[in-house]
Design a binder for this molecule. Structure first.
Ligand code: KIV
Ligand code: ZN
Length: 500
């Protein structure tokens, strides 16, 4: 049987400390979730604020295929707020553990059960689909929990959901906990938090026990350690359990990047499925195996989730990989040149640096004596900043023999200058600034400033650095250095191929 996906990135995910999305950002994510094929979008909690209601209303009026749902406590005012937004369903939540009932709500079990039943009836009477959800259900008295669900179902609840609010389940316990709840006659959702890193495993166990819907968030964002991640749950179902969902798997990587950008919650590189290293290979034996037959060290193809395979050359790289990559770049080196390239890569690896394909091309061209063309050069840069003006930068660059003049405003002079650079090159190449780090190497106001940038182009990451006393110049020079690494090597390649 297919598993349904309820995505709660816009509600539980937005509860990530420090994350707050504007109504337009929520709409952009909702549109992408809909294209991805999620069955239900929990668009927010309508009672929260005017802005939250605006976001939910925008999503509703988009006419998406997914069911649009609002979170609501089992209170009339919450259901009314959801009704004002014209959503199709409510995720109607009531705490069921004594811990929450006594200390948070200061009510009795009976009062809580009555609230669940009354508000289920109220929401149904007003035309809403009701998913009745028990908060902290995994620390609740199981008989009481079951009784509350039974009465909610008798009142007409369409679905039920049992939340592992603070991630107390283990995969074994999850199976035993969810199994009896699947017998209550309505579809059951799993909603698992990741406090012990088990949210996905517990969700999968609950689904194996017979639950039919999983609550998930993109990148697993959410309160504290977050929720079960959408991409890991869906791909585990697809690839390990052979259970279908309605998700278009090949959109997962792009959606993950979009959510990271909009929430500001960036992923660890080794994040499963969508992390930057999820399909990156460094060690000689692994990379060699993957080149011969990808399945040797890849359990799924990167294409399945819209990601890309990368070979990173660090100190573990084997000589035949480097040889092969150089050949694939259309370059021919003799043995002596190859030894020089090999030892430069190994010594960079010993210093903790990794070499991307673009770096390898630059090293190879350097060893071969091919001059990488400096495609972009700074002509001049003017910055205006102070307490009464918006930081503004105007920049003049020579790009591939064209003079380009651009301006940018930012929250500070560095931001303004880098924006001006970004705007200048946008017609020449699609280059994203992935990371920016700044360090003062020495102490004092005349310290040398070391700026390192990571730029991304066609799936490759290029690192460039500049060290100068002026932070703005260091930032711009590092940025231009990276752009030249990318465009310079492309330019040389085109000349060689006769395209220029
Ligand atoms: O984790 C949880 O218990 C929740 C409920 C409030 C629905 O997100
Ligand atoms: Zn939750």
């Amino acid at each position: 049987m297919d598993v349904r996906i309820l995505d709660t990135t816009l509600r539980d995910g937005e509860q990530t400390p420090g994350v707050s999305l504007t109504p337009d950002e929520k709409l952009r994510i909702a549109i992408k979730l809909d294209e991805l094929g999620v069955d239900v979008i929990e668009a927010g909690s309508a009672i929260t604020s005017e802005g939250e209601r605006e976001g939910i209303k925008k999503i509703v009026s988009e006419g998406l295929s997914a069911e649009i749902c609002s979170f609501a406590r089992a209170l009339k005012i919450d259901v009314d707020a959801a009704l004002e937004c014209d959503v199709e369903s409510v995720h109607l939540v009531i705490p069921t553990s004594d811990l929450h009932i006594k200390h948070k709500l200061r009510k009795t079990r009976e009062e809580v059960k009555d609230l669940a039943v009354q508000n289920t009836e109220y929401a149904l009477d007003h035309g809403l689909i009701v998913e009745l959800s028990a908060e902290d259900s995994t620390r609740s008295d199981f008989d009481y929990l079951t009784q509350l669900f039974k009465e909610g179902i008798e009142a007409g609840a369409n679905r039920i959901c049992a939340c592992d609010t603070v991630g107390m389940l283990t995969p074994e316990k999850a199976y035993d906990f969810y199994k009896p709840l699947t017998k209550l006659g309505v579809p059951l959702s799993v909603h698992c938090h990741n406090d012990f890193g088990l949210a996905v495993a517990n969700s999968l166990s609950g689904l194996r026990a017979g639950a039919s819907q999983a609550h998930v968030t993109v990148n697993g964002i959410g309160e504290r350690a977050g929720n079960a991640s959408l991409e890991e749950t869906v791909i585990a179902l697809h690839s390990l359990y052979n259970i279908p969902t309605n998700i278009h798997n090949e959109m997962l990587y792009d959606l993950s990047k979009m959510v990271a950008r909009l929430t500001g919650v960036y992923l660890q590189p080794n994040k499963a499925i969508v992390g930057e290293n999820a399909f990156a290979h460094e060690s000689g034996i692994h990379a060699d195996g993957v080149m011969k037959k990808a399945e040797t060290y890849e359990p799924i193809t990167p294409e399945l989730v819209g990601h890309k395979r990368r070979f990173v050359m660090g100190k573990h790289v084997g000589s035949h990989i480097i040889q092969k990559r150089i050949q694939e770049m259309g370059l021919r080196v003799n043995d002596q040149q190859f030894q020089q390239i090999f030892s430069r890569i190994k010594s960079l690896g010993d210093k903790g640096k990794c070499v991307t394909d673009v770096d390898l091309q630059a090293i190879t061209e350097d060893v071969m004596g091919i001059l990488a063309e400096k495609v972009v050069e700074l002509i001049d840069l003017t910055i205006v900043s102070g307490n009464k003006v918006t930081p503004t930068a105007s920049i003049r660059l020579n790009i591939d023999n064209n003079e380009v003049l651009e301006a940018g405003i930012g929250i500070g002079p560095v931001d303004a200058a880098l924006l001006a650079v970004r705007k200048s090159i946008k017609d020449f190449a699609d280059i994203e600034l992935e990371e920016y780090h700044v360090d003062a190497i020495t102490g004092g106001t005349d310290a040398l400033i070391d700026v390192v940038v990571k730029l991304k182009h066609e799936g490759n990451i290029v690192t460039a650095r500049s060290t100068q006393p002026d932070i703005i110049m260091a930032s711009v020079e590092a940025y231009l250095g990276g752009i030249n690494k990318i465009l310079g090597s492309k330019y040389v390649k085109k000349i060689k191929e006769g395209d220029l």
